[in-house]
Write a new protein. Structure first.
Length: 365
């Protein structure tokens, strides 16, 4: 058996115990090798060899946090975005060799390869995909802390908004433009996150406020309804389905549709409504973003189902949205906050601005 190796990042002695490591296990070893450990306030006892085992996560977690550097994470994120070390180094104003060393040190710290190197590009591994949201959050928090403590005034003049991609691409830009015209002193961070991460992003405090569609019974968030909407059949103007009798779930079941993939956004609501109506929809294509489905419909390729508010945005001219009946499916857009956090004054100002801007109800069409 190998001799015990001392761990330098933790105290070597704690009330009569010596910290040692053997392979993947971490131990506190009694100096006396028998009886009580001598650790005041502890009920631990040594085994016949005088050893008390602790979870290996104590050492590994502390060592990992001790070794991770923000500079390494910044290099990793920029390489992920640009797929090239040289481009990332240029962004960060450092040499390519320094960026390569920082990446390698990060891979050593986490014990996993982050990119598969090719002659043309850096291809992210599964470990890179897992690390990316964590690295982005740590870098964002570091920037937030820097801004917060640079001057006292910046604490109240910052606003972090979470939004799903569709909301971020359609409703949010105009809301921000008009809000910042009245409040130019506010610095805004926009976190456009997939629907699967929206609730978590707001509930964890990463965002001050979120704009999106959430279930009425969501327990982790406080909801403030901004507008009431409903699901519509969306068609290109001039197509047969853009006029005539009002559509129902039963009358549209044979129409080829492009819908959001299962598990994304409003797809669960669409499937539930179809099930309630006793029909099976003709899904010809599935996409990840509702804006993609709307763009394909605008090109005349297919039809889609979407909330009326999105289908009638100026960025999608030439679309006709008609409410689907039998049953009518409502979909409320809400501003949401973490349940255990008090909104800042600037957050409440943005909420009031959003309510005023979006108070006009969508037409039934």
């Amino acid at each position: 058996m190998r001799a015990p190796v001392a761990i330098p990042v933790l105290p070597r002695r704690v009330e009569g115990l010596r910290l040692v490591q053997r392979r993947r296990d971490v131990f506190f070893e009694s100096d006396q090798r028998h009886g009580e450990t001598g650790w005041k306030g502890s009920s631990l006892r040594t085994d016949p060899r005088g050893i008390v085992k602790l979870k290996n996560s104590i050492s590994s977690s502390i060592k990992l946090m001790n070794n991770l550097k923000l500079r390494q994470l910044a290099v990793f994120v920029d390489i992920y975005q640009t797929k090239k070390i040289a481009a990332a180094a240029l962004r960060l104003n450092m040499t390519q060799s320094a960026a390569s060393i920082a990446l390698r040190q990060l891979e050593i710290s986490i014990g996993a390869l982050l990119f598969d190197r090719t002659t043309r590009s850096m291809l992210p591994t599964r470990a890179a995909l897992d690390l990316l949201p964590i690295a982005e959050r740590m870098l964002r928090d570091a920037r937030t802390a820097e801004r917060m403590f640079r001057t006292e005034s910046t604490v109240s003049a910052r606003l972090s908004i979470a939004a799903t991609p569709t909301v971020a691409q359609t409703l949010l830009p105009e809301l921000l433009r008009t809000f910042l015209e009245s409040h130019p002193e506010v610095h805004v961070d926009v976190l456009d996150v997939p629907p699967s991460r929206f609730v978590m992003t707001v509930a964890s405090g990463q965002a001050d406020i979120g704009l999106g569609y959430v279930a009425p019974d969501e327990t982790e968030l406080r909801q403030h309804r901004l507008l009431s909407d409903h699901l519509c059949l969306v068609a290109k103007a001039g197509q047969a389905r853009s006029r005539g009798a009002a559509p129902t779930w039963r009358t549209i079941q044979q129409i080829p549709l492009v819908l959001i993939q299962p598990g994304y956004g409003i797809r669960e609501i669409i499937d539930s409504a179809a099930l309630e109506a006793g029909v099976s929809l003709n899904v010809s294509q599935e996409v990840s973003l509702l804006t993609t489905a709307l763009a394909m419909t605008r090109a005349g390729l297919t039809h889609t189902i979407a909330p009326a508010q999105f289908a009638r945005m100026d960025i999608f001219p030439g679309l006709v949205a008609r409410r689907i009946g039998g049953p009518i499916v409502k979909r409320d857009l809400s501003a949401v906050f973490a349940l255990d956090r008090t909104p800042t004054p600037v957050t409440l100002k943005f909420l009031a601005h959003s309510r005023e801007s979006l108070k006009r109800p969508a037409s039934d069409g």
